[in-house]
Design a protein around this ligand. Structure first.
Ligand SMILES: Cc1cc2nc3c(=O)[nH]c(=O)nc-3n(C[C@H](O)[C@H](O)[C@H](O)COP(=O)(O)OP(=O)(O)OC[C@H]3O[C@@H](n4cnc5c(N)ncnc54)[C@H](O)[C@@H]3O)c2cc1C
Length: 489
């Protein structure tokens, strides 16, 4: 077969790109080694992701895509796709071996709203459903879709590519196309085939995770109320948000789906457990050291075995070249903290769709795409590694998270003011004044985390230095770590 674009990998990003391109009349082919529906991790969306998705839906007139950009529209238009409500971000610092205890001014917790109502809220994506839906939409729009494929040949041929693969039936198929887009995620198919270098060790964050879906997780909010603490209910119920439980050596995510399932994961610095390790035991050992957290998961049952992933960080030396490009989280990934993966991925989908459809693939913009994505992964790494460096000191950790929020709010504000989101650097990575300001405060926080300067002095200086960037009042001590209005929408 002959086509314009071949996409490797049919996760949500490859499938969304194929859907958009096919809907605009491009001949797109998408191949995957697996089959839908299938489990995938990476489920917590953000306002930045929603803005890009809404813009894509309007730009390419895909109303079914628009529905995915808000909890309310999702539930109304696509109730068959599993999801959960995400009103914002919540963080709780636990002390090993002790019951969780907060103070009236919330010394060990932080709630940051990302939306003003349930209707407008972000979502947790049941990836099996979402990815299968997008894949089906790509097929319905006219993309050639193939599952259960083993890639064989992938070679440059003149100004295009020769690609062949074997199907499970043993049948071989062959395609010629002008462009190959790699959306194979961790597999990094193109990077390996092109012999590109991996720059993982140049990233500062170095973590691994174990994760599963549990049924029967208790309510953290109800447990807090039972303990006489009502502070997790405003400005939103923390059960309706991404919960980050900070432990002694890492953190646990909890993302609740409407079906009663809860996605849980334990992320810790370092390499993943040995292949023979008992992952359920590792989970139990780590979480049971936070007794209040353990109380809500002790009776919960995994609906699938725990899986391990790591080291999570990766970065290819290049993300685009003549006739090829990687989508962002194929090109590089840092860590689940701050939920950057979905947003960065769809941001890349928008950029690549724009370049391909405008036939701007020979001009410097195509190479600039790759350089921007690589730089953005490094920017995410700066923000995320700071959070790890400060994780054991709640005040410093909250300040580190706030640097991330200032970057994302800056991006959201620019998008709300009318710039197409994909024309902006992801997380304001191209906003050099902001980056310089946050970069120097990052150094300050690292000094404090290393015990070289006092925490109080550091935070006071940081608040002063970043006051003009803090449009949402995130440094306002009177808010006592509860923020109802951050997102511009
Ligand atoms: C532990 C963990 C937790 C995360 N949590 C979050 C989160 O909460 N929020 C967030 O925003 N992001 C999160 N992420 C990041 C998120 O998972 C990724 O950004 C997202 O999955 C990228 O989607 P994708 O469609 O680009 O790729 P993937 O979902 O990785 O899909 C790749 C596809 O390529 C296919 N494939 C692979 N190899 C081949 C091959 N050789 N030939 C053909 N097909 C192939 C696979 O079968 C798969 O379908 C997390 C990541 C990890 C590791």
């Amino acid at each position: 077969m002959t086509g314009d674009v071949l996409i490797l990998g049919s996760g949500f990003s490859g499938s969304m790109l194929a859907w958009i391109l096919a809907s605009q009349g491009m001949r797109a082919t998408i191949i995957d080694r697996g089959h839908h529906p299938r489990f995938a991790i990476g489920e917590s969306s953000t306002p930045a992701a929603d803005m890009v998705i809404a813009d894509l839906a309007s730009r390419y007139q895909l109303p079914a895509l628009a529905a995915l950009s808000r909890y309310g529209s999702w539930k109304a238009a696509l109730p068959q796709l599993g999801c959960g409500k995400k009103r914002g971000f919540s963080y709780f610092h636990h002390t090993a071996g002790a019951a969780y205890h907060d103070t009236p001014d919330h010394a060990v917790s932080l709630l940051v709203a990302a939306s003003g109502s349930d209707e407008q809220s972000d979502t947790h994506w049941l990836r099996a459903d979402v990815d299968a839906f997008l894949f089906a939409q790509a097929a319905a729009a006219g993309a050639v879709v193939r599952e259960g494929c083993t890639l064989e040949q992938l070679e440059r041929s003149g100004r295009g590519w020769q690609v062949s693969w074997r199907q499970e039936s043993g049948r071989h198929e062959r395609a010629t196309c002008r462009f190959v887009i790699d959306a194979s995620g961790q597999s990094g198919v193109l990077g390996h085939r092109l012999g590109l270098e991996r720059l993982d060790a140049s990233l500062e964050t170095h973590t691994s995770a174990i994760y599963t879906h549990l049924r029967g997780v208790g309510s953290w909010d109800a447990a807090r109320m039972a303990a006489g603490d009502h502070s997790t209910l405003a400005p939103f119920r923390s059960d309706d948000a991404a919960q980050h439980h900070i432990l002694e050596h890492g953190w646990v995510w909890m993302l609740r789906f409407d079906s009663g399932l809860t996605s849980v994961g334990l992320v810790e610095p370092g390499d993943p457990p040995r292949p023979a390790a008992d992952l359920a035991k590792l989970w139990r050992d780590a979480v049971s050291r936070a007794p209040s957290l353990w109380d809500i998961v002790a009776q919960a049952e995994p609906v699938r075995p725990f899986a391990a992933a790591g080291p999570l960080r990766r970065l290819w030396s290049e993300a685009s070249g003549a006739g090829w490009a990687m989508l962002p989280t194929t090109a590089g990934f840092v860590d689940p903290l701050h939920s950057t993966g979905i947003a960065h991925s769809v941001h890349g989908v928008a950029r690549i769709a724009d370049l391909l459809l405008a036939d701007r693939c020979d001009d410097p913009a195509w190479l600039a795409y790759g350089r921007a994505v690589t730089d953005e992964v490094r920017w995410i790494d700066q923000l995320v590694s700071l959070a790890y460096a400060t994780m054991t000191e709640p005040r410093l950790f909250r300040a580190a998270c706030t640097l991330f929020f200032l970057a994302t709010i800056r991006f959201e504000q620019a998008a709300t003011a009318g710039s197409p989101p994909h024309s902006l650097g992801f997380l304001a990575a191209d906003d050099m004044p902001l980056r310089t300001a946050l970069g120097s405060q990052r150094q300050r926080l690292l000094q404090a985390a290393a015990g070289r300067v006092s925490v109080e002095h550091t935070l006071a200086a940081l608040r002063h230095a970043l006051a003009s960037w803090d449009t949402a009042g995130l440094f306002n001590p009177a808010a006592a770590n509860r923020f109802a209005h951050t997102a511009p929408r």
